[in-house]
Design a protein around this ligand. Sequence first.
Ligand SMILES: [Zn+2]
Length: 472
Amino acid sequence: MPETKTKKDEDFNEWYNEIVELADLCDKRYPIKGMNIWRPYGWKLMNNVDGLIRHEMEKTNHQEVYFPLLIPESFFKKEEEHIEGFGSEVYWITHAGTNELEERWLLRPTSETAMYPIFSLWIRSHSDLPLKIFQIVNTFRYETKQTRAFIRVREIHFFEAHTCHKDFDDAEGQIEEDKAIADRFLKRLCLPYVFSKRPDWDKFAGAYYTISIDILMPSGRTLQIGSIHQYRDNFSKPYEISYETEEGTHAYCHQTTYGMSERLLGAIIGVHGDNKGLVIPPEVAPIQVVIIPIIFKGKEQGVMDACNALHNKLKDENIRSRVDTRETTPGNKYYDWELKGVPLRVEIGPRDLEKNEIVIVRRDTSEKKSILQKGAEEAIKNELDKIATTLFNDADNVLNENMHRVLTVDEAKNKKGIIELPWCGNEGCALEVEDILEGNTLGEPIEDTKCGHSCPICSKPSKTWMRFARTY
Ligand SMILES: [Zn+2]
């Protein structure tokens, strides 16, 4: 069976670059670096992921909005840390036609500064709270580092939820809800993750604190696939988002945001793929089951009828399937759908039909077996669930094997993945560890944080752990 040119375990980064185009997810030939074309198969996959997000948002009473792409400079400039953090990454519009604009506009790098002046108009009284909205839009950041499809791009497919609350505690409740959303949602993508509280010097520009959601790629590097921010009243003060309390006084809102992007796709590709191509988690696969007719002369009609009948039965069960009727060999078809990561393949030939059977083949394990035609839709549904469970458990094992809690930098040096070391709370010590390990500070764990050891750099007592990893 043909495989990708580059082997995943030999050169993960090259394998990744190869697979995103071979599997028809994107086309990288557009002449602006970091702005790739979404091909139909990739876009469908992203839409399915977005569908799960929308479902979660609906369940938790968030409402979808759409704010304009362009932000006036005066809006952008109200929160100082935010400008400092994003200043070097924004694209500016200075001209309209031949006229120079009186006020420059920028392409949103994220939408705080577009939304918050408007929130101050929307929110008047405590009865307007909490305000919970989200949008799924494109955002733009001028990346100077090497770009990589779905992982480091300049036009970002971005999910952003923004909420306003009556006080800090209510906003903290939102952070808890966001964590639960992430947990449910990422399970459906079969992606185990870690939450880390980012260090102060590396939090989102303007945030009170930031919780990052990171996954581990097979290269041993982590990929941040999302973040949850507590803003406290850091934005509501400059943007004057205040409300009248029940007692008739005025108070500033406390705000949170939750962001994710097409890095989710990068994670799916990286974590689950193999040398044959993608392996897409069943819940988001554009095609969950591909049905391949095995044609012999004179028996075409019976086989085609059985294929179409199964396709219709699966449709009734809301399982996305396709009958591959192309004029090419079954072997070529297997190769093609394996490359595209379709979770389950069905083969139907005259000999199977004589026994009232069909053949199913799992993409993740290559396990092949015959099942009865009668009730096949139920068996297929169960098999898709099993695939999802296997994908999650395998990835979870890899993550657990690559999380290391150690006491000294020497021990850490020999480890791959995510390293936890005692941390005294001093920025300098963390940065020194970064230098030694040639990695980045991920942040503190948010659970199981207690540490009674001493800092490996300065030997001072450490109350907590700090995580380090090489990152994308
Ligand atoms: Zn220290």
